[in-house]
Design a protein around this ligand. Structure first.
Ligand code: ATP
Length: 246
């Protein structure tokens, strides 16, 4: 199974704070993300979704349990080793984090520079932006783009180096329903083409159908892990909104 999974998590615990203030936020997480799967993580506010995403993304260090990401064990790595791991991961956040002084193309080119591919950076950036429907916006700065277009630039930046793993935290939160769906459908299409694994944290139930699997985190514990049909049918529709998407 090992070489078929982008992420393997075993008995992972995580705490914030120290001494008397130490609080456990993740409890005994066990999770496999097979290569090429799109997984949505949902759950109530404060249940630990962003914390788990940031541990998988090597943005925080894990100390207890096992956390294997793209064939590398992250528990015990130092800061510079974690930075190396991050290079192989595409991140998409709710706040798109684009540089306002740079054009769409330059924002994407910055990601290509990390791979030292200086010669082709413009070509690769323009190709990726074009695939996302932004061929006629490559030289626009973010303030001349709509929310959905900015988020598509952020997706182009996350995908341009063809990472094997993409982590997205509320990628549709700043978008209206239609643009949110479009953005996620594009992520799904490109991910399938590049056969990369995607983990999306979301409260947006209108995008659940892009997922191969939905996992639900409640109070730091993985409460369920099922496909969309089972997820929906196992829940009372009235409670779905209140419990899952609060
Ligand atoms: N830097 C921090 N220091 C201390 N506690 C934190 C820190 N970040 C998060 N927490 C706590 O850890 C718990 C999990 O937070 P986390 O942000 O992972 O939840 P979440 O499920 O992503 O919530 P939301 O859906 O509201 O974004 C919460 O109780 C939160 O208050």
């Amino acid at each position: 199974m090992t070489d078929k999974c982008a992420v393997i998590i075993r008995q992972l615990n995580y705490y914030f704070g120290q001494g008397d203030l130490r609080t456990q936020v993740l409890y005994d997480i066990n999770l496999d993300l097979p290569k090429g799967q799109i997984v949505i993580m949902t759950g109530p506010s404060g249940s630990g979704k962003t914390t788990l995403l940031s541990l998988i993304g090597a943005l925080r260090s894990a100390h207890e349990g096992n956390l294997q990401v793209l064939d590398k064990e992250l528990v015990g790595l130092n800061k510079s080793q974690l930075v190396e791991v991050r290079r192989n991961i595409g991140f998409i956040f709710q706040a798109h984090n684009l540089f306002e002084s740079l054009t769409a193309s330059q924002n994407v080119e910055m990601a290509v520079e990390l791979t030292n591919n200086w010669r082709e950076k413009r070509k690769l950036a323009v190709e990726m932006l074009s695939q996302l429907g932004l061929a006629n916006r490559v030289d626009y700065k973010p303030n001349a783009l709509s929310g959905g277009q900015k988020q598509r630039v952020a997706i182009a930046r996350a995908l341009v180096n063809q990472p094997q793993l993409i982590l997205a935290d509320e990628p549709t939160a700043a978008l209206d329903k239609k643009s949110g769906r479009e953005v996620v459908m594009l992520m799904q299409k490109l991910a399938k083409e590049q056969s990369c694994t995607i983990l999306i944290v979301t409260h947006d139930n209108s995008i659940l159908d892009v997922a191969d699997r939905i996992i639900n985190l409640v109070e730091g514990r993985l409460e369920s892990d099922e496909n969309l049909d089972n997820f929906v049918s196992s829940r009372d529709p009235k409670s779905l909104d209140r419990r899952m998407f609060s």
